[in-house]
Design a binder for this molecule. Structure first.
Ligand code: NAP
Length: 287
């Protein structure tokens, strides 16, 4: 049944360009409905060069808050006058809070990753040896929050050595970990996997159902934890190989849920029902 909407309904939105694919409305509307809130979460297209006037208009319309997705995260980082340290760390904004002093940019992706690793793998990244495979936007965010949280070491692997090296330099600038290095090429990746306590898969390999695993089972071992950022399947080939070797594994749905939950909390001051959000996402992506 269609949700009743009135002039009192509090509006929220995710902005992107394009925006059709976003799963944020599914999880936020499920949480708002479960809490009995008179609220609605929309998905809206926003071309990058129109982002700032659109944010101004949504603030004037008293929107409760906004999420940003590709390609707007960096545009907001460049243009918002106020940024939380989470956005400063990652150089990108995925959540905007409309405050009296003006809009403020946050980034909840790092929080989402750490919370998912804690909940789904029962692991804290502090004092651990972390291997991140993939140095794009998501891999960079994961590597930087692991460094900020005091990992023992962070190793970054990517097909593009220059991209991996850039992330390692950003980690060194934080001055939080003793050891940060790249692992480029098959042998270096296998060697880094051998000594890692947590291996994070942050490439798009695995998004297609027949994508191969980037590492074979004998590259993993029992006692390790392995997290795949891909959220459209409960298990990717990467996680299957890791599980076959006895490693603990988790897919990316929990990260998607926790980054959304943190945004919800920033806007409303209310902790949303996590299981409701997780179930809504799982139903949308797995069925
Ligand atoms: P991206 O910007 O495309 O970055 C992926 C990086 O991985 C690129 O540098 C890419 O290099 C590299 N790569 C590709 N194949 C590789 C291989 N075989 N070995 C090593 N590196 C390889 O993507 P992204 O935005 O960071 O996202 C990465 C994945 O995380 C996606 O699957 C996305 O859906 C997922 N994600 C999940 C969440 C969540 O909440 N769970 C959040 C964000 C992202 P090239 O460019 O040279 O190919």
């Amino acid at each position: 049944m269609m949700k009743p909407v009135s002039g009192h309904t509090q509006l929220y939105a995710v902005l992107g360009h394009p925006i059709g694919h976003s799963l944020s409305p599914v999880m936020h509307n499920a949480a708002m409905e479960a809490l009995g809130m008179d609220a609605l979460y929309l998905a809206m297209d926003a071309p990058p060069d129109r982002l700032m006037p659109i944010l101004q208009a949504l603030a004037a319309h008293r929107f409760g808050g906004v999420n940003l997705t590709i390609p707007l995260k960096e545009v907001a980082f460049e243009n918002l006058a106020r940024l939380d340290e989470s956005a400063e760390l990652l150089g990108a904004v995925n959540t905007v809070v409309f405050a009296d002093e003006g809009p403020c940019g946050y980034n909840t992706d790092g929080y989402g990753f750490l919370a998912a690793v804690r909940d789904d793998l029962d692991l804290s990244t502090k004092d651990r040896n972390i291997l991140v495979v993939g140095a794009g936007g998501a891999g960079r965010a994961v590597a930087l929050v692991c460094a900020r949280e005091g990992a023992a070491s962070v190793t970054v692997s990517d097909l593009d050595e220059y991209r991996a090296e850039n992330v390692v330099q950003d980690i060194h600038r934080l001055k939080r970990v003793e050891q940060a290095d790249t692992a480029v090429g098959e042998d270096a990746l296998r060697a880094a996997a051998r000594t890692a306590d947590l291996i994070v898969q942050a490439t798009p390999i695995g998004m297609k159902p027949d994508d191969p695993s980037l590492l074979p089972a004998d590259a993993f071992h029992a006692g390790q934890a392995v997290f795949d950022l891909i959220y459209m399947y409960p298990e990717t080939a990467f996680l299957r190989e890791a599980a076959a070797a006895g490693a603990r594994t988790a897919a990316g749905l929990g990260m998607l849920m926790h980054q959304g939950a943190r945004a919800f909390e920033l806007w409303t001051g209310v902790q949303p029902p996590l299981e409701v959000m997780r179930d809504a996402l799982a139903k949308a992506v797995y069925t």
